[in-house]
Design a binder for this molecule. Structure first.
Ligand code: NAD
Length: 252
């Protein structure tokens, strides 16, 4: 039956940036859909853990800084040690730095590219090898409206999120025939820490809402349906696609 294909009972899912915002909501959604969830974060995921365990679902936190690729083998080993296998990877951890383009330093550029692009690629590679070996796996990368558009005062973020969409297509082409789905979600303007400053700027916030056909900021929970779909059997023939969850922003 069709709704059964959206269930991910017994699957093991890894979500990076699990302590807040979109990552937290996606952990909750995947757990509710049946997965055992490993949340990766620099800081405690106690809040996420409580949200999941109160309904009797399973969550394990893995503390690791993803500023560089160094901790990737540790993350993979920790997941396998905890649950014996892994089926789903959601590359969600990301950062944004705002600065006039002419003043961006190389150090800040590299920080953003390292986390948002290099770590995403090498997480895909490390987990992808496992998925190829077992003949199945789902990868969901978190892209952005700035995978499509240029944005203002966020050139490194734009470059990295454009790369996320490219990486997603490149890996899908190589891995679709091996049973591994690689897709992305491009969130629109969502109310999280990431957009705190934008939302505090009344004029910018109003201008953004005016341009969103749905007429509101997105919420972390708006990601739930899309992530469960892309991590489930229901999306087995969806490869290399970036699904916008944006209240219609891109349609405008
Ligand atoms: P957020 O700031 O609440 O979450 C970012 C997450 O990344 C946090 O969990 C944070 O701890 C983690 N993170 C940052 N640096 C890290 C590091 N060095 N090591 C490990 N984890 C690290 O914001 P969010 O909106 O939930 O962002 C989640 C993802 O969604 C990001 O990739 C972001 O670019 C993307 N996104 C957000 C929006 C939006 O409007 N909020 C729009 C498009 C894309």
């Amino acid at each position: 039956m069709i709704l059964d294909k959206f269930r991910i009972d017994g699957k093991v899912a890894v979500v990076t940036g699990a302590n807040t915002g979109l990552g937290q909501a996606m952990c909750v959604a995947l757990a509710q859909a049946g997965a055992k969830v490993c949340g990766v974060a620099r800081r405690s995921c106690a809040e996420t853990q409580a949200m999941i365990e109160k309904d009797g679902f399973v969550f394990k936190e893995i503390i690791a800084d993803l500023a560089t690729t160094e901790k990737i083998p540790f993350i993979l080993e920790s997941v396998k040690e905890a649950f014996g296998r892994v089926d789903i990877l959601v590359n969600n951890a990301g950062m944004i730095l705002r600065e006039d383009a002419e003043n961006v330093t190389e150090e800040d550029w590299n920080r953003v590219i390292s986390l948002n692009q290099n770590v995403v690629y090498f997480m895909c590679q490390a987990f992808g090898k496992e998925f190829i070996a077992q003949g199945s796996g789902k990868i969901v990368n978190i892209a952005s409206m700035l995978s499509y558009q240029g944005g203002i005062r966020v050139p490194a973020y734009c470059a990295s999120k454009s790369a996320v969409m490219g990486i997603t297509k490149a890996l899908a082409n190589e891995w679709a025939s091996k049973g591994v789905n690689v897709n992305a979600i491009a969130p629109g303007y969502m109310a999280t820490n990431n957009t705190d400053n934008l939302r505090k700027d009344k004029d910018r916030s109003e201008a953004i809402i005016d341009r969103i056909p749905a007429g509101r900021w997105g919420t972390p929970e708006d990601m739930s349906g899309a992530v469960v779909f892309l991590c489930s059997q229901a999306s087995d023939y969806v490869n290399g696609f970036t699904l916008a969850v944006d209240g219609g922003w891109l349609a405008r």
